[in-house]
Design a protein. Structure first.
Length: 270
């Protein structure tokens, strides 16, 4: 009975903490339209010092957004850890490859422009991406204008390569269009080929049994990072498949959170 009471009290305290977090919604485009990209900003409570910030790019194959367990749920937890946590609801490309990256650049630019107001350390602005959102986060890490590069990245089972041997074909088709024949464009968005000395330090999470985005995507990216001597860590969990994000049903959910906390400390982000 006492054990059940303790669990209930802990859950109640956690809910109060989540409710106490302040969230604001901001449109990113100049036009007021239903198709405009927007961000949801979660602010940490009772933070007197400058906070790091982190932007979340949910997955969905560039055809939709898994915005809860790969967006808002992550953001609420990071805000409870002292981050200004920003969920990006980016527009779907429908074959126009410039759209998602443009939205991600607007998001990070907006965060840095508001650093003073939001009490952010503008040298500690990171990106998190899951699946196709991981492809977008890696695109921002390697292809964005210099001032829009993140300072660190956390990628969950990311789509990295558009090499037909390992590519998630749906993600590739949605971003570049079906039957794309432009080999230069395919190479540009095969991000293991784009790693450079400005690519940020990166943490990768994935499952060994992922059949949707095969582990070779992350392995290629990790190898490219190490070739450029960029700090990188990769954790491959034995099971979990694809798309677990911040679902508490994921067997290694608590271990994953601990690994994030330790990595942030090791990288001097927190």
């Amino acid at each position: 009975m006492k054990k059940h009471l303790i669990i209930i009290l802990l859950m109640f305290s956690f809910c109060l903490c989540m409710q106490a977090q302040k969230m604001q919604q901001i449109k990113l485009g100049p036009e007021e339209s239903a198709n405009e990209a927007e961000i949801f900003v979660y602010h940490p409570e009772n933070k007197d010092t400058l906070s790091p910030a982190i932007i979340f790019c949910p997955g969905g194959g560039y055809g939709g957004l898994a915005i809860d367990h790969e967006g808002h749920d992550m953001a609420k937890w990071f805000a409870s850890q002292g981050f200004v946590a920003v969920v990006l609801e980016y527009r779907m490309p429908k074959g126009n490859h410039t759209i998602p990256l443009s939205d991600a650049e607007k998001a990070i630019s907006t965060v840095r422009k508001n650093a003073g107001i939001w009490k952010i350390d503008k040298d500690k602005v990171g990106i998190v991406g899951s699946s196709a959102g991981g492809h977008l986060a890696a695109s921002l890490s390697n292809l964005a204008a210099g001032e829009n590069r993140p300072d660190f990245a956390i990628l969950y089972y990311p789509v990295i390569s558009f090499d037909d041997l390992i590519a998630n074909k749906g993600t590739k088709n949605n971003l570049l269009g079906e039957n794309i024949a432009d080999t230069e464009l395919v190479a540009r968005y095969s991000l293991e080929k784009q790693v450079n000395d400005k690519t940020p330090k990166t943490l990768l999470f994935l499952s060994d049994d992922d059949q949707v985005v095969v582990p070779a995507n992350s392995i290629r990216y990790y190898s490219a990072l190490k070739e450029k001597e960029i700090p990188a860590s990769m954790y491959i969990f034995p099971t979990g498949g694809h798309g677990w994000g911040f679902k508490t049903s994921f067997l290694y959910h608590e271990e994953m959170k601990t690994l994030i906390q330790k990595w942030l400390v090791a990288m001097k982000i927190q």
